[in-house]
Design a protein around this ligand. Structure first.
Ligand code: GLN
Length: 200
């Protein structure tokens, strides 16, 4: 599969290495024409406010939104999840609004500047770097993993979003099912779909 990785800023290089280990080809996305022919898309971690400015400068925001809305599989990690959220807090900032959740930037304060741990059920390795927290999810969002009771890995249609950095773990298995329409990790991780407006 040919996966486009938004490469304006942040952790795009580690994603490329992880994709290659999983047998995918990658293309770095820096301009609109780079979107041609991609079959999947990664929005990497980094600094979401900087990424928004660079997206705007490159004229990429609208073409990227169109590509995501076309239904290609998308993996959004950390800042990428912030870009897609319906509502961003702390501070409020513009977002694509394509993932039905509210998310708070840098929500864990200094304790979680950087932390390696596992999900509440012990199954998903978690690398957090100045992580956001998903505060609530809409009814279309499936929660695949939680940490301290908050969703850290969610899926809405073809969009999978993580508040951690799966590409930095030695165990890449949480990425295994991201690119298939049937998510094999769904059963492994259990289903905990939230209800509209749930404060998790
Ligand atoms: N703190 C960053 C932000 O708010 C996200 C951190 C990350 O992507 N690892 O945009």
């Amino acid at each position: 599969m040919r996966i486009g990785i938004l490469a304006l800023q942040g952790a795009f290089d580690a994603h490329a290495r992880a994709c290659e280990k999983l047998g995918h080809r990658t293309t770095e996305i820096r301009k609109v024409s780079d979107l041609e022919g991609i079959e999947g898309l990664i929005l990497p971690g980094g600094e979401s406010s900087t990424q928004l400015r660079l997206l705007d400068e490159a004229g990429l925001a609208a073409p990227l939104a169109t590509r995501i809305e076309s239904g290609i599989p998308v993996l959004a990690t950390c800042a990428g999840a912030i870009l897609l959220a319906r509502e961003v807090r702390s501070p409020t900032q513009w977002s694509f609004g394509l993932l039905d959740c509210t998310i708070t930037r840098n929500a864990y304060g200094r304790q979680l500047d950087s932390l390696e741990t596992v999900s509440d059920d012990g199954r998903v390795p978690l690398v957090f770097i100045r992580a956001p927290r998903i505060d609530s999810v809409g009814s279309r969002v499936e929660v695949l993993a939680t940490y301290q009771g908050s969703p850290v890995l969610v899926r809405q249609g073809a969009i999978t979003a993580a508040t951690f950095h799966p590409e930095l773990s030695a165990d890449l298995s949480p990425l295994g099912g991201v690119w298939t329409s049937e998510h094999p990790d769904r059963n492994l991780m259990g289903r905990r779909g939230g209800k509209e407006g749930d404060e998790l």
